[in-house]
Design a protein around this ligand. Structure first.
Ligand code: FES
Ligand code: MG
Length: 575
């Protein structure tokens, strides 16, 4: 294998030559207190850090960045920390998804415009693994992902609580009058007990695992709890490893293949992971030129059993338990027959070698293949007259009796309409109705907010109803559950059939046959289409305007058109 020489480093153009500009670059390093021997001829490692005081999931990244640097120094590299958009799930409105592509652009441009030879990506909260990876793939530099890791288990009144999932669950109990407002308030202090990401099998855990299965983390890294001492050790090891990856020129393009992409999808499916993984993985794969689509998801999901016994699926456990049960390596080893074991990873070895011999220590958490939570993976892709380009449902988090259901629509034109009318005692709704929400897609939201787990009408909650069929062009949180059909494409905002659904229309959901149909005849649909006026655009300037002009639909990954593809971007001129 060819090993780079120092003169072949990308950063050599900034620091290694003898001209006016290089004089400036070196003198500014001396200004920062470094000696020439600190940086000259060494791989410059950009540590892309999504730390922020409004990102509790990434609170430990300030120290983790230092731990990564320790490893970079040890291995003979030169670490530089580059702060990037934190994309905080909890605080950014209208939805963090609006900013995933901004982080991707920022990551790519930070890497390209600076003298970086390799990247360490610090992320974990939902949109940051895909955002960082999309940007790093397009930048094309060797990179390694350091996952934030899950927070500790929640605890409240002696009960173990799972991020998100138990908030939704107990909020429904509060609305049904089964717990008191004081008890509910008390939960605020027990639901999130350490730094780190949500510790259910939500989007963060799914995406960190998928990035590991794609080959971009050290073995087992994605399941280490953020507060475990193994976590800083992993960060330091990643710092050491990236320096070698630069000398080996181990770029994302050398690692991503159809096989590694299938591994990421398969891992997410066997994990019963978040529906959000679908647009994220499609966008990531397409940045590498692999045309992943919904059909591939459905095919891989049908093949692999769901063996992670975790919430919010029917499972019981949380990510801390998953780690103690053997973690990501043991999990991937369990599903090894479904993986392309020859796919290469950041270690320089194959994924098969990385997981070799990894044992499951608790078979109630990582289940045997012949005793899965579900025989098939957790997600299904639907098509039909209501979703010509596809929709998705998390079957593992749905009530099984609802997976084949026909019922009359109760339509909400947008989220404000839903908030206004949902609990109206006169709303003509029964447990057999199908709740429909419009204006929640990539453009309609905008940013495809996580509104897809529509709350149930209070009068039905009081009758004991806990699940109904719900349909929207929204996403839902990876910690959510229920029979929620999501990501309907094309979305209502751009005139997809969802836009024309009216109260009382019959909708047929048929998951075994992968169908979603609006039982309205074509002549009537044509009339409604002709009478439809597209919703008015609310954003005329700024990032949101750029986003609205370019965002693709859910089935295409919600990337921006001009960021897709693998056309080479020239290296910057240095004059
Ligand atoms: Fe950050 Fe859930 S809010 S991972
Ligand atoms: Mg989430």
């Amino acid at each position: 294998m060819h090993r780079k020489r120092p003169e072949e480093l990308r950063s050599h153009r900034w620091f290694g030559v003898e001209d006016l500009r290089a004089f400036g670059h070196r003198s500014r390093m001396l200004q920062a207190g470094y000696s020439e021997s600190d940086f000259r001829g060494k791989p410059v490692i950009g540590i892309i850090n999504t730390w922020s005081e409004l990102s509790p999931c990434h609170f430990h990244f300030r120290t983790r960045a230092e731990e990564v640097k320790r490893g970079v120094w040890q291995a003979g590299g030169f670490p530089v920390e580059l702060p990037a958009h934190p994309v905080t799930e909890q605080y950014q409105k209208p939805t963090s998804m609006l900013y995933r592509n901004l982080l991707a652009m920022e990551t790519e441009e930070l890497a390209r415009s600076h003298p970086c030879d390799g990247l360490v990506l610090l992320g974990g909260c939902d949109k940051t693994p895909p955002g960082l990876m999309m940007g790093a793939i397009s930048a094309g530099l060797p990179c390694i992902f350091v996952p934030a890791g899950p927070m500790l288990r929640g605890n409240w009144r002696g009960k173990t609580l799972g991020s998100g999932s138990d908030v939704w669950k107990y909020h429904a109990e509060l609305r049904a009058g089964n717990i008191t407002p004081a008890q509910w308030k008390d939960m605020e202090g027990g639901i999130a007990r350490s730094f780190g990401t949500c510790m259910t099998a939500g989007t963060a855990a799914t995406m960190m695992l998928a990035v590991e299965a794609l080959g971009f983390t050290l073995p087992g890294a994605s399941s280490i709890p953020a507060a475990d001492s193994a976590h800083p050790r992993m960060a330091t090891e990643a710092g050491r490893r990236i320096v070698e990856m630069v000398w080996e020129d181990l770029t994302p393009q050398a690692l991503i293949t159809e096989g590694s992409v299938d591994n990421a999808v398969t891992a997410a499916m066997a994990f019963g992971g978040s529906t959000n993984a679908i647009p994220h993985l499609i966008a990531m794969a397409r940045r590498a030129g692999v045309m992943l689509d919904l059909e591939r998801f459905d095919a891989l999901s049908r093949r692999v059993p769901l063996v992670a016994n975790l919430r919010p699926n029917a499972g019981e456990y949380l990510m801390e338990d998953f780690f103690y049960a053997g973690g990501a390596r043991a999990f991937l080893n369990r599903i090894r027959d479904y993986l392309d074991l020859s796919a290469r990873t950041v270690t320089g070895r194959t994924i098969g070698e990385n997981i070799e011999g990894a044992e499951v220590f608790d078979e109630t958490v990582i289940l045997p293949l012949d005793k899965p939570l579900q025989k098939e993976g957790g997600l299904a892709v639907l098509k039909g007259s209501l979703a010509p380009n596809g929709a998705v449902i998390k079957t593992s988090a749905s009530e099984q009796r609802l997976l084949q259901h026909t019922g009359p629509a109760v339509v909400f034109e947008d989220y404000a309409d839903l908030k206004k009318r949902l609990d109206d005692p006169d709303l003509p709704v029964t447990a057999d109705s199908v709740l429909v929400l419009k204006q929640a897609g990539p453009q309609g939201g905008p940013g495809m907010p996580e509104w897809g787990m529509l709350p149930l009408p209070q009068k039905l909650l009081k009758q004991g109803v806990r699940d109904m069929v719900r349909i929207s062009d929204a996403r839902m949180s990876g910690t959510s559950y229920g029979t929620c059909v999501l990501h309907v494409a094309p979305e209502s905002h751009v005139g997809g059939p969802l836009a024309f659904v009216k109260d009382g229309d019959l909708i047929r959901l048929d998951v075994p046959n992968r169908r979603l149909d609006l039982l309205v005849d074509e002549a009537e649909m044509a009339r409604r289409r002709a009478a439809w006026t597209p919703p008015k655009r609310r954003y005329g300037r700024g990032w949101t305007s750029l986003y609205l002009d370019n965002v693709t639909q859910a089935d295409e990954g919600c990337d921006l058109r001009f960021l897709e593809g693998t056309l080479p971007t020239p290296e910057p001129d240095i004059y």
